[in-house]
Write a protein that binds this ligand. Structure first.
Ligand SMILES: [Zn+2]
Length: 125
């Protein structure tokens, strides 16, 4: 919940609504919310992100993105089916709230970031 409080208020509301609606519980991992330039660079160095935080910025650096994991039987899960079910609820709720939210699961394997199932970003432009 602390991680949620640092992102755009619209994204916070969307996630709170979704938690109440989703058949699968979910959480936000460390660095899944707002990231500093240094944190972003650290993820880049570890090969976990293609954004280096300086030349190429992540939506996470402006509080316009959130990553999730599914919570299954008391454990974190990054299972694609679980994430896709939650994504369906998030995107449906975003639509109802009139928010333009892009899911990393639709990026495609040939895109810059590749598939990014846990990732959701709020487009504000
Ligand atoms: Zn992300």
């Amino acid at each position: 919940m602390d991680r949620l409080l640092q992102v755009d208020p619209r994204l916070q509301e969307l996630i709170k609504n979704t938690i109440a609606l989703s058949p699968i519980d979910f959480g936000i991992p460390k660095f899944g919310g707002l990231r500093t330039e240094k944190e972003q660079e650290e993820l880049y160095r570890k090969g976990l992100s293609k954004c280096d935080g300086y030349k190429i910025k992540s939506f996470h650096q402006t509080g316009n993105a959130i990553d999730i994991y599914a919570y299954i039987n008391g454990k974190a899960s990054w299972n694609k089916i679980h994430l896709a079910i939650i994504a369906g609820v998030i995107l449906g709720e975003a639509n109802r709230m009139n928010l333009n939210v892009r899911w990393g699961g639709t990026f495609g394997s040939d895109s810059f970031n590749g598939w990014d199932m846990p990732h959701f970003e709020l487009i504000t432009y």
